[in-house]
Every structure is written in structure tokens, then in C-alpha cells.
Design a binder for this molecule. Structure first.
Ligand code: TXA
Ligand code: MG
Length: 335
């Protein structure tokens, strides 16, 4: 199939958004930018349209999708009455990189929620995404717009690489401002529970509502609270070795080189000055910058250039926790 491209470049953008919105209304699937990563959208009430998302991504059908809405009033049409702290969170953080898991009213197609009684909803903080949501006037289910298992797409070109020819349209905008997926928070109980860390941190949330719990993700259980957590994620083309003790990074690189491998070092800007490898890949000088570049860098690894990449453990303060969470999931080996 031909994938129609809607390039947001300041010329006729409104007409392009209208056309993309029309595709969504007709049950087609369209990729679009958000502030976190690019999403692959379809009408959340249309089971056939949703099925196309699972097909295009190669996504397991038991992994539910996030629904995107333009405003709080639209969110409320999808969910049962919720605890008071949810209003506080929405008023403080939305539109923004946070997804609320709430009790579903059953207004979305069953394959969106993989038959769960809950639904994840968020209001993205991106002008193009919001314009598209308003233009189609529908809740839009959208997982990240990548092939399942690959690093999430933070640029229009990543969507092109993964999904050209298998989706109906793609809206192409600037690179994602944040670069990591939204914080995912279960708000069905008295105390909210963070299921996936993101750039809105536990501390940010605690500051506005007090207690919030964290799902322990170190030992993925057989039936995790969030179905997607059990799947392999963000797998780069070149094996990634994550080293937990940073004073051993150079030794691991040297060992890999001694066995004949071309070795990349994935490190902070600060370590980049010190480490020796065939290629030194600097992730950034701050956690926010690392979050922003991570997926683009993981996607750039190429078998024809490197045999293995060795990565150091980065600071886990603030946004660093989310960066390390994704790196751990991306790692082929952790030593
Ligand atoms: O920033 C984001 O959240 C991006 C953009 C496109 O909005 N979306 C995104 O979607 O990351 P996806 O599908 O790649 O990740 C959604 C995660 C999955 O791990 C899924 O299992 C989980 O959310 N999830 C969705 N609905 C859920 C629910 N009702 N209960 C528990 N987990 C749920
Ligand atoms: Mg994803």
C-alpha cells in the first residue's frame, strides 16, 4: 500500500491535518508526532481499524494500546468516575507526557484494551497531535509507531524506516521534544502506582498528590500489571552489553576488542572524554539530553560498522531513572 506523507512545514498544514484526520475517520491508520515519541493512530472505537495497528507493528494482541484525547472532557467520556487525585494530576501535568490507567466505560473497541477493564488515556502536549485529535474529533488509540521490539521512533524518518508501505498515512513533524514514552500511572486504586517511568518522575507526582507507589520491574512476573512489560523492547541491531560497575567499562571494551570485535562505547559526554573504543558514542551531558537522543542512537547502530556496543550505567536521578529503565530493556546482556 502507498503510505501518504503529510509534511508539516508551514505550507498548507491545516489542509494536511484535515486530510490526515479524514483518513482516521475512515478507519485508516496514520502515524503522527507527539512530544514523547511518534504514535501510530487509529479510531479507538473501530475494532477493524485497531486491528490494522497490531498488523502493521507485528504487536502481540494481548498488549493494550494507549488512547489519545484532546482534552479532559473527552477523557471523561471514556472512563468511569475516578479518584479525586486524578483531577489534580490532569490539571497539573496534562497535556503532557503522562498516561492515566483508569476504569474503562467500555466505549473503546475491545482490542484496544486487550479485554482489560481498564484503559490508558493521555493528552499529548504537541501542537500537531492536538490539531489532529481536534480535527478528527475522535479518541485515537496509538502505540509507538515502530515495529514491535525495535526502539521507539523519535523522528519522522524512523516511522518511514519501520512502517512505509504498511500504513495508510504518516504526519511528519519535528523530532520529538522529549524522546522517551510517557510516564504510565495506574490510577484505579486509592494510591496511584507508576507502571512505567518517564520524564515526569515519581517525585514530580509526589509533590502534587503525596504518596505514589512504584511497580517493581526488576523481576518481570508471569502476569505483570502492564502486559507490555513482559515483552522485549528497544532491541538494537548490534548487541548491547550494559555494564553495572562503571570502573569495569574499559576492561569490558578491551576484552571485546581482544576477541576481535569492533567495539562501540555508549557513554555520557563526561565519560566520552576518557574511554577508548573503536567508536565512542556520546549520549549527552544531562539526563534530559540522554532521554532525547537515546532511541535515535540505538536505532543508528549498524552491524556493518560495529560488532558490539558496551554501555556504562548512567546516573538514575530524575529523568535518568527512565533512561536507565529503557537501557536495561534494550540490553542484550547486563554484566
Ligand atoms: O508516550 C507514549 O506513551 C507513546 C505515545 C505514542 O503516546 N505511546 C506508547 O505506547 O508508548 P506503547 O503502546 O508503545 O506503550 C504502551 C504501554 C504498553 O506497555 C502497554 O502494555 C501498556 O502501556 N498499557 C496500555 N494500556 C494498559 C492498561 N489498560 N493497563 C496496563 N497497561 C497498559
Ligand atoms: Mg512501544
Amino acid at each position: 500500500m502507498e503510505t501518504k506523507r503529510f509534511m508539516m512545514n508551514g505550507s498548507n498544514d491545516e489542509a494536511k491535518i484535515k486530510e490526515a484526520a479524514q483518513l482516521l475517520r475512515e478507519g485508516e491508520v496514520v502515524a503522527f508526532p507527539t512530544e514523547t515519541v511518534y504514535g501510530l493512530g487509529a479510531d479507538a472505537s473501530n475494532a477493524q481499524a485497531i486491528e490494522k495497528i497490531f498488523q502493521a507493528k507485528g504487536r502481540p494482541s494481548d498488549n493494550p494500546l494507549i488512547v489519545h484525547v484532546a482534552a479532559k472532557a473527552q477523557l471523561q467520556t471514556l472512563v468511569e468516575p475516578y479518584p479525586a487525585y486524578v483531577d489534580t494530576l490532569i490539571d497539573r501535568f496534562s497535556p503532557g507526557p503522562i498516561t492515566y490507567v483508569l476504569k474503562s466505560k467500555g466505549n473503546v473497541a475491545k482490542n484496544v484494551t486487550a479485554n482489560l477493564q481498564t484503559v490508558g488515556v493521555r493528552i499529548p502536549n504537541n501542537d500537531i497531535a492536538l490539531a489532529l485529535l481536534k480535527a478528527c474529533n475522535l479518541p485515537i488509540a496509538a502505540p509507538s509507531a515502530n515495529i514491535s521490539g525495535k526502539p521507539s521512533p523519535t523522528r519522522g524518518s524512523h516511522v518511514y524506516d519501520d512502517l512505509t508501505g504498511t500504513i495508510d498515512g504518516r504526519v511528519d513533524g519535528a523530532p520529538a521534544e522529549i524522546g522517551l514514552e510517557s510516564t504510565f500511572i495506574d490510577c484505579t486504586g486509592e494510591v496511584p502506582l507508576i507502571l512505567r517511568v518517564g520524564t515526569i518522575t515519581r517525585q514530580d507526582i509526589q509533590e502534587v498528590i503525596g504518596r505514589v507507589d512504584m511497580l517493581e520491574t526488576k523481576e518481570p512476573s508471569i502476569q505483570p500489571k502492564s502486559p507490555g512489560l513482559k515483552y522485549k523492547h528497544y532491541e538494537p541491531e548490534v548487541p548491547l552489553i550494559l555494564v553495572t560497575e562503571n570502573d569495569k567499562v574499559q576492561a569490558v571494551i578491551d576484552e571485546q576488542k581482544a576477541s576481535g570485535n569492533r567495539v562501540g562505547a555508549l557513554v555520557s559526554d563526561q565519560t566520552a572524554e576518557l574511554v577508548r573504543a573503536d567508536e565512542v558514542i556520546a549520549l549527552g551531558g544531562t539526563e534530559t539530553m540522554m532521554a532525547n537522543k537515546l532511541y535515535d542512537i540505538l536505532r543508528s547502530f549498524n552491524k556493518s560498522e560495529l560488532d558490539v556496543v558496551v554501555c556504562e550505567t548512567l546516573p538514575t536521578e530524575d529523568v535518568g531513572l527512565a533512561v536507565m529503565d529503557r537501557l536495561r530493556r534494550a540490553a542484550t546482556t547486563i554484566i
